[in-house]
Design a protein around this ligand. Structure first.
Ligand code: NDP
Length: 447
């Protein structure tokens, strides 16, 4: 009966959003896994929580005109999906990437609802961005684009309404330009974005938080088997913010990261990407904005054009690039090669076939909405510091982040057990995130 309700709701999602496969994928994954909670709690069925949950509270789509360095007018499309504000102001990143569309932002905004709920902090779920591609653009072009984007977005956000952050293609540079324009338009210096520069309201550890958090989460999963990160061989995808700080934390804990990738290919360095090589890569990616292939030339590692790193033998995998980057076939290869832990730094990096394989083989599998929640959790800590007008030390924020990751793992682990699915952190995280939001929606009436 509850499964019937779930399938009816998903059929409505499909009918209403016929061209949104990523959103349907995320909705299917969450709704099917929370079935035990829907079955157990009549109040959620009576209040039609599922039907309300899959419909964003508000979707904003807007034109972003800007002028390139040749003086030509360019037009991109901007979005903000304000999905759910039952437990706090909307919160979620902005993504600038040519693939950005309603489907991708709705999948990300939907996931964000449960992730934010799991952090234990009061934040609703949202996501936004544009099909603008910052790659190959000058700093001036990026600035003009960001100013135009914010000239529309500013009227929809605010420190108690909606607080965007970074995501793919939106790092420190973009957040700076966006914040500057917001401040001019509103004449207010306020915590309206997170991921800000340290001199103007940013939090220590925010840059590191998602990667560090994904490794802290992996440590907690290993602890359930009496193991630690020490000596583990780790495959990492991506070479952006999340990948970089995942590798930094792995090095600090005595593990060995052996791969990095970008959208052109991946490098394999069996000796490990140590501190010095990582510092060089950060300069390559964050300052010179070059391709990962250059790493292979510089450090005599192997480069594989047009491939992903999942064929490389490892103990642990940290997908940190993008959605659906691990297919069912990749998952099979990883298991055959002895991989027994996956901690998702990226959002929905494993496709449904891959998730099924990881769950059925009962490896240590930390889904993105739990394993990468350290980023938004530290954004929540940035918001608290902005409201109090003070800054916590590096050690204090890191301690809070670490504690939040431990709590998220415990919560997902215990909830999975409570609902008869021990070890299934997908169900545990989804149910734990869902029930808090659903209870708030029941309490607040028809919202
Ligand atoms: P960055 O833009 O800093 O880095 C993204 C990396 O992934 C780059 O190496 C990029 O390569 C690669 N990549 C992006 N798209 C693709 C693609 N379609 N195919 C292959 N490679 C790709 O982004 P982040 O590190 O911030 O984000 C990475 C993932 O982590 C995303 O899924 C994001 O949603 C998730 N995440 C990020 C958080 C954060 O705090 N930043 C928080 C929680 C989740 P290239 O340069 O060639 O495009």
């Amino acid at each position: 009966m509850s499964m019937e309700l779930i399938h009816e709701t998903l059929a409505t999602v499909k009918r209403r959003n016929p061209n949104e496969p990523e959103f349907l994928q995320a909705a299917t994954e969450v709704l099917e896994s929370i079935e035990p909670a829907i079955r157990r709690h009549k109040k959620y069925r009576d209040a039609r929580i599922l039907e309300r949950l899959v419909e964003p509270e508000r979707q904003i789509i807007f034109r972003v005109p800007w002028i390139d360095d040749r003086g030509q007018v360019q037009v991109n499309r901007g979005f903000r999906i304000q999905f759910n504000s039952a437990i706090g102001p909307y919160k979620g990143g902005l993504r600038f990437h040519p693939t950005v569309c309603a489907s991708i932002l709705k999948f990300l905004g939907f996931e964000q609802i449960f992730k934010n709920s799991l952090t234990t902090l009061p934040m609703g779920g949202a996501k936004g961005g544009s099909d603008f591609d910052p790659k190959g653009k000058s700093d001036q072009e990026v600035m003009r684009f960001c100013q135009s984007f914010m000239t529309e977005l500013f009227r929809h956000i605010g420190p108690d309404t909606d607080v965007p952050a970074g995501d793919i293609g939106v790092g420190a540079r973009e957040v700076g330009y966006l914040y500057g324009q917001y401040k001019r338009l509103r004449n207010e210096f306020t915590g309206v974005l997170t991921g800000k520069g340290l001199q103007w309201g940013g939090s220590l550890i925010r840059t590191e938080a998602t990667g560090y958090g994904a490794v802290y989460f992996a440590q907690e999963m290993l602890k359930t088997r009496g193991e630690s990160m020490e000596g583990k061989v780790c495959v990492v995808s991506g070479s952006g913010n999340v990948a970089q700080y995942t590798i930094e934390k792995l090095n600090q804990l005595g593990a060995r990261a052996v791969t990095m990738s970008d959208s052109n290919g991946f490098i394999h360095d069996p000796d490990g990407i140590d501190e010095e090589k990582l510092a060089w890569t950060m300069d390559l990616k964050n300052v010179r904005r070059g391709r990962i292939k250059e790493y292979a030339d510089k450090f005599k590692a192997r480069y594989y054009e047009g491939a992903t790193p999942w064929s490389i033998k490892c103990d642990c995998a940290f997908p940190s690039a993008t959605q659906n980057e691990i297919t069912g076939q990749d998952a099979r290869t990883m298991l055959e090669n002895g991989c027994y832990l996956v901690s998702e730094g990226a959002n929905m990096p494993t496709d449904p076939d891959g998730v099924h394989i990881f769950l059925s083989k009962k490896i240590l599998y930390g889904p993105g909405k739990a394993a990468n929640a350290g980023g938004v959790a530290t954004s929540g800590l940035e918001m608290s510091q902005n409201s109090m007008r003070l800054s916590w030390s590096r050690e204090e924020v890191d301690r809070k982040l670490h504690q939040i990751m431990i709590t998220i793992h415990q919560n997902a682990f215990n909830t999975a057990k409570e609902y008869g699915l021990p070890g299934n952190l997908v169900a545990g995280a989804n149910i734990a995130g869902f029930t808090k939001v659903a209870d708030a929606m029941v309490d607040q009436g028809l919202i």
